[in-house]
Design a protein around this ligand. Sequence first.
Ligand SMILES: [Zn+2]
Length: 250
Amino acid sequence: MAEIDAIETDHARIVFRGKDASRAKAFASRIEAGAAKAFDIMPRPQGVDKVFYALTWPQVDGRLYGGVAVGEADAHAYYHPFLDPSELATGQRVPTDTAGLPKATGRVGLHEGTFSRSDFVDVACHEAVHVLANQWFVNSPPIWAVEGLAQWSEGRRYLTAARGRMQAAFPQFEKVVFQGYDEFHQSSLETEFYLCSAAMYACIEDDDGLDAVMRTAQAFYGSTSPEKAEEKLGRTQKQLVADTRKWLGA
Ligand SMILES: [Zn+2]
């Protein structure tokens, strides 16, 4: 068993092996910056003031806490049921649901590959947004609604820079909106699909403001099906796609 240590910042708990201590220290302020940005954007689940980041290594990438599909990702968020810390101390085993406590929080695995990325702070923010969005989780939301929110949180400059690529990929994206995880992640247009998904939220933000972005994400996370979310919103995914196509000039 490796020796484990931790650093606590205002918005993050950073956990690492003893041998990764210098890396953790060097990146702590950037992890904190990403987490702080996510807390700035997202509603805060009651009782949650920090995101948990683990520095992982190839042998454990995607294998912590029961595992998660990571593919080629440099980092990822784990879904994890939230336990009330004070009750946890007395042996709580059942996730809290309706008692005014958060339904879920989560943990982030930062793979070694993340640390050479120039957009490191944005990655830390992206994963923290996944973690915080899981407070709404009822049933697997459409993949565009999940990755779009996290990509959108990274900032508009990525959308501005990739406008032409997004316009070109949009016809394929329109199909992927109604498909699953594999069609999204295993496509050669995966990067463009992230960006087009973010454009869905950027379009909503421009039309109806930040609250509407959160309302939309919450509806898709917090409904038992996409159709139920559409009913809640009074707007279908088809309409959202059509509006985004216009917004993008595609
Ligand atoms: Zn993501």
